[in-house]
Write a protein of this length. Structure first.
Length: 201
């Protein structure tokens, strides 16, 4: 899915940006269209709120690269970053018609066996099942049928490897685990392994 093929929405939209490579590409696509974008980030207590900082860096870099500063960025602090907690604060905003569409950068998992342990998102990211990019009237998930290898190809295609990629962070190191990597990558969690697989880092 190139910039030209991307399913743009012309009404009030919000993009969920975690600070990882998928949502960073999603925001880049949306800002390249010169639309105004409401950005929403869930900062997770479980991961020491680090994604709040990373997401802000991603937003700033995407605005710089695209020269589109039409962004309103809201950060919500929640107990964890599960799908339930990500969408929970958005529901009343959608019900009151403050937003019409919610874009998420979720992608398909790598082929089974690529990473020797589970992510916990096997059902919603099953690469063997073609998913609807609009599973309900509000949510648009344009990358759901592509995995991170494809994300890597898009980063190369749009010359984002040296600019956007370095400010992203995929690590989901948990607060109760030792050897906190700070704002780096632990190299051990499922999300770090997926990033390594796709970007060879």
């Amino acid at each position: 899915m190139t910039l030209e093929e991307f399913p743009y929405h012309d009404k009030q939209l919000v993009a969920i940006v975690s600070g990882g490579v998928d949502s960073a590409l999603l925001l880049y696509y949306l800002l390249m269209s010169k639309r105004k974008v409401n950005v929403y980030t869930t900062a997770s207590e479980k991961t020491l709120y680090k994604n709040a900082v990373t997401a802000a860096n991603v937003v700033r870099k995407c605005m710089e690269i695209t020269n589109n500063y039409q962004v309103n960025h809201v950060i919500s602090y929640q107990p964890n970053g599960s799908i339930e907690w990500v969408f929970k604060p958005l529901v009343p905003l959608l019900n009151n018609n403050l937003y019409d569409s919610v874009y998420t950068g979720i992608t398909a998992n790598p082929p089974e066996g690529t990473i020797p342990f589970k992510s916990g998102q096997e059902n919603e990211r099953d690469p063997t099942v073609t998913k609807d990019i609009k599973p309900n009237p509000y949510v648009i998930q344009p990358f759901i049928n592509y995995d991170k290898k494809w994300i890597f190809e898009m980063y190369k295609k749009y010359n984002l490897i040296e600019t956007l990629f370095p400010v992203t962070r995929s690590c989901e190191h948990q607060a109760d685990q030792p050897n906190d990597p700070g704002f780096g990558h632990c190299g051990k969690c499922w999300w770090c392994k997926e990033r390594e697989w796709a970007f060879s880092v």
